[in-house]
Design a protein around this ligand. Structure first.
Ligand code: VGL
Ligand code: ZN
Length: 226
């Protein structure tokens, strides 16, 4: 950009298991149909074009199957901040998904991954849920950060545009962490889909993002709605 700013694109968890085809273990409604949008964004001159992958071991703590009597989507999981026991991150338990080495863990087949400059894996530590592409909840290095912040800073990135899956989980936590890292952060709303697409949830997520300094933008809707 002419004003000395440098922009990156982050495509979050655009993986087969989040795709709404019959094989998607954690299918997000409308996810597959976003692939042309991601691919179009990948053809723009972003200085860094990265994607993240949820990359779980078979026995990951976020899988309901690992907890006796727990049900995916309705049971919750508590993760304590090792630095502050009072600080508890409560989240949802999931069906098994994005297991390393399975097809579900691969990028969606039509996704233009050859255009990526960087591919980042996250969620490998079986003890901790990791939604953000940057690292664990509380940005606590004890659970292992990813290389995402280093990659962006090394390239001199100032602005980050975030798309992908899912809006209220990995996209949201990545965007909030990006602001904390000092990036001017945008979520391209029509490049993301939520697990819970109720208006009530979408409104709450938008507000949380805005309260944390994330800018929400729409790029494609007008054209698509013609
Ligand atoms: C995600 C649920 C579980 C995501 C990852 O990519 O948003 N959601 N793991
Ligand atoms: Zn996951």
């Amino acid at each position: 950009m002419a004003d000395g700013r440098k922009a990156a694109l982050a495509c979050i968890d655009v993986q087969e298991d989040f795709c709404d085809n019959p094989d998607g273990a954690l299918a997000v409604k409308g996810a597959c149909a976003l692939t042309p949008i991601w691919n179009e964004l990948l053809s723009l001159p972003f200085a860094v074009k990265l994607a993240t992958r949820d990359y779980h071991p078979r026995d990951h703590v976020s899988f309901a199957s690992q907890h006796k009597g727990k049900q995916p989507f309705t049971s919750t999981l508590k993760v304590k901040n090792p630095e502050n026991e009072q600080d508890v991150f409560t989240t949802t338990l999931w069906p098994d998904h994005c297991v390393q080495g399975t097809l579900g863990c691969e990028y969606i087949s039509q996704f233009a991954r050859s255009k990526l400059t960087h591919s980042i894996e996250k969620g490998q530590d079986k003890r901790v849920e990791m939604y953000s592409g940057f690292g664990p909840p509380y940005r606590n290095p004890k659970f292992g950060m990813t290389e995402m912040e280093d990659v962006l800073k090394k390239e001199g990135i100032t602005d980050l545009f975030v798309v992908g899956l899912a809006f209220e989980y990995c996209v949201k936590y990545t965007a909030i962490d990006a602001v904390a890292c000092g990036f001017r952060t945008f979520v391209i709303e029509d490049g993301t889909k939520a697990v819970d697409q109720s208006e009530q949830n979408l409104t709450a997520v938008r507000k949380e993002l805005q309260d944390n300094g994330v800018v929400l933008i729409k790029l494609f809707s007008l054209e698509l709605e013609k």
